[in-house]
Design a protein around this ligand. Structure first.
Ligand SMILES: [Zn+2]
Length: 307
């Protein structure tokens, strides 16, 4: 455990890392003190956890997501549940990074237990000659503790996206996968030539669970589908208010979950939390469960100023 803190402290002494950070309370620059905390010029201090992450919240935030949920999510994600989506993202990053030098500075805003960022980091390091400086931010301490335990090669922090501990224009790529956005903050954090990559669910996302939850003859099912289509249009519209849309791809595929993965899948899916216990039990006993993954990946860049 201590090794992780030591490793983080060493990384934080390099300019690549220290230039990335700023105090979330006063925006001052920060320095490492005694290898145990980051301190700004106004003496705001943030501890390096022994697990190897930095805690930036002044008070703990209770989230509805618990450790078991993130452990379940990791199991499902490790099985390749999001593989096509993550491959598409790393190909896009590689494509726009060509001929550029320096480490790719990549932030996962709302990274949860870090599965997606870790996969992207591995893929990018494998496919390109450039180093990857990966940072993951989440408001849940349980999620970040798990992330840093599983991947000691990224910068993990517990922080509020509205008061992120990063300097202006410090990231070349910001990914935001099925997690709330803060577009104003993304604009501040994004480098001039950087991209924001947002992933959001389409109308068919896990539709099998939805039809189990609502009886398919139930009218609330079709109302829900209509609402989802409407939500997607609103998501794209809101995104394009802040960023110039450079590309958008809908990834639609079926994924077969075998028995050992059904329980963690149910545990990680908010939709199932509203199900009756008897129905959940019934699903968990199935030998397999095939679900539809329907996700849209939208890529945006800075809007060019119009005079
Ligand atoms: Zn400060």
């Amino acid at each position: 455990m201590r090794e992780n803190r030591k490793k983080l402290a060493v990384a934080l002494t390099s300019p690549a890392y220290s230039n990335l950070l700023r105090c979330p309370m006063c925006t001052g620059s920060m320095q490492l003190r005694d290898g145990r905390s980051l301190v700004c010029s106004s003496k705001h201090s943030y501890d390096l956890s022994k697990h190897g992450y930095v805690h930036f919240l002044s008070r703990p935030v209770r989230t509805k997501y618990e450790k078991t949920l993130f452990e379940a999510r990791k199991k499902v994600m490790d099985s390749g549940f999001f593989a096509p989506v993550l491959s598409h993202i790393s190909e896009s990053i590689n494509g726009s990074w060509q001929d550029r030098t320096g480490p790719i500075r990549l932030l996962d805003a709302g990274c949860g237990e870090g599965s997606h960022l870790s996969v992207l980091q591995q893929q990018l390091s494998r496919n390109s000659d450039t180093a990857v400086l990966a940072a993951g931010l989440d408001i849940s301490k349980e999620a970040i503790a798990l992330a840093s335990k599983n991947n000691g090669e990224a910068f993990w922090c517990v922080a509020d996206l509205a008061y992120s501990p990063f300097a202006d224009h410090s990231f070349d790529f910001i990914v935001n996968i099925l997690s709330p956005s803060n577009y104003a903050e993304f604009q501040r954090l994004l480098a001039d030539t950087g991209n924001v990559i947002k992933v959001f669910p389409g109308p068919d996302y896990l539709k099998e669970l939805r039809s189990l939850l609502y009886n398919s003859t139930d009218s609330s099912h079709s109302t829900n589908l209509k609402r989802n289509v409407y939500d997607n249009l609103a998501t794209i519209e809101r995104f394009s208010e802040y960023f110039e849309v450079l590309g958008s791809r809908r990834l639609h595929y079926r994924f077969l979950l075998h028995q050992p993965l059904i329980e963690p899948f149910i545990a990680m899916t908010p939709l199932s939390w509203r199900m009756k216990e008897s129905l959940v039990k019934q699903i968990k006993q199935r030998p397999t469960l095939e679900v539809t993954v329907d996700l849209t990946v939208i890529i945006g860049g800075r809007k060019t100023a119009v005079y």
